[in-house]
Write a protein that binds this ligand. Structure first.
Ligand code: GTP
Ligand code: MG
Length: 371
């Protein structure tokens, strides 16, 4: 089989064809610019430049067939929100406040479990799902894996501080991902709070707030005292309405979601939080998730309460994985265990091949050094 030429491969990786040719030469292969390279060469060269070659035909075999949603099954769903901001600007305090006020207002207690995401209910049966992942890492890690789960970013900036490096980073990440930002200027209860200064600095960072004629909604809050939080939630919901976020709520389609986090529990085995994005996930469903598979043994909400099913935008703790998935892995319900196993096995084979190539490269390297 023939694949890309040295020139095409160079373009894909943003290097010069000369670099490709030179590298092939060090591997003992003499190639010209328009010569088609074989698979192994492409893989080795890609790795050398920090890329992992993906061969579509091979990957296709492991892709879960993506079904078209019927228009009438698409219904408005709760937005998925990530809170970002500089260290100590009050991200955790904001989440804690929203969560605790929701628990008080909502159902009966139970010990709150950390499942990396949770759903809050507001007046009028409106909901917001929060991803409770530490800072930007999770967001960027998921994005790097091609998973876009966040619909809206709440950018927390402390009114007694300034726009800081991580504030800028959060703005850049959100913009790159084309995720809308709602600004929360926090700690306005502090005497030294200066929200106007923050707005000025934000405008310099490319975020012009609405009351200054910009496109970004902004709310002054105190995560400590609860000031402005209801208004902030309203602004998030307004942003969500503008986007018309929808999902397939049919009970007939196989559920699909994204792994938010996963860990190995001594007693329970793999415990993973899945954010459902389509359909309803049910106990007993066979599934494939990244390189692993399983069958849903139990579903739990963030209070550890067993639930029978979970629908779109609902985060749920899932038991029944054979192995540990990675955050950002897609999670898809399959028709049978057999089908799930087939796909998981194919993916494992491909992964092993990649690892094998990597070790070959190391050997080639050391041989080259010996020479
Ligand atoms: P990291 O997770 O370390 O990045 O910090 P964070 O952004 O989660 O900040 P956190 O919520 O931990 O708050 C940092 C400090 O600011 C804590 O001492 C909070 O009590 C305090 N704080 C947060 N919000 C407010 C507020 O609205 N007013 C006042 N006065 N203090 C606040
Ligand atoms: Mg925190």
């Amino acid at each position: 089989t023939e694949f890309a030429t040295a020139h095409e491969l160079a373009d894909l990786m943003g290097v010069t064809p000369k670099e490709i040719i030179q590298h092939c030469f060090t591997m003992g292969k003499f190639v010209t610019i328009n010569q088609r390279l074989d698979k192994e060469t492409i893989e080795l060269v890609s790795l050398e430049f920090g890329f992992e070659a993906e061969f579509v035909s091979e990957v296709e075999a492991t892709e879960v067939v993506e079904l078209e949603d019927n228009e009438e099954d698409l219904v408005i769903r709760p937005p998925v929100v990530t809170i970002m901001g500089h260290v100590d600007h009050g991200k955790t305090s904001l989440l804690d406040y929203i969560r605790s006020s929701n628990v008080v207002a909502g159902e009966s207690g139970g010990i709150t479990q950390h499942i990396g995401a949770y759903e809050v209910s507001l007046d009028g049966d409106r909901k917001i799902t929060f991803l409770d992942t530490p800072g930007h890492e999770a967001f960027t890690a998921m994005r790097a894996r091609g998973a876009q789960v966040t619909d809206i970013v709440i950018l927390v900036v402390s009114a007694d501080d300034s726009v800081m490096p991580q504030t800028i980073e959060a703005i850049n990440h959100s913009k790159a991902a084309e995720v809308p930002i709602v600004v929360a200027i926090n700690k306005i209860d502090k005497p030294e709070a200066n929200p106007e200064k923050i707005k000025t600095q934000l405008s310099e960072a490319g975020v012009l707030v609405e009351d200054w004629g910009g496109e970004y909604q902004c709310q002054e809050i105190s995560a400590k005292q609860g000031t402005g939080i209801d208004e902030l939630m309203e602004k998030v919901l307004t942003e969500a309405e503008i986007r018309e976020l929808k999902a397939n709520f049919s009970r007939e389609v196989p559920a699909r979601g994204i792994i938010v986090e996963a860990e190995l529990d001594k007693g329970k085995g793999v415990v993973s939080t899945v954010l459902v994005q389509r359909g309803f996930l049910k106990v007993g469903d066979p599934f494939v998730a990244g390189h692993t598979m399983g069958r849903v043994r139990a579903l739990m909400d963030e209070r550890g309460k067993r639930i029978r099913e979970a629908g779109p935008s609902q985060p749920v703790s899932v038991l029944g994985f054979e192995d540990l998935p990675q955050s950002g892995d897609e999670f898809t319900v399959m028709l049978s265990d057999k089908e799930a196993r087939e796909i998981a096995q194919k993916r494992q084979i491909i992964r092993r091949e990649h690892e094998f190539r990597r070790s070959t490269r190391v050997k080639l390297d050391s041989i080259a050094r010996q020479i």
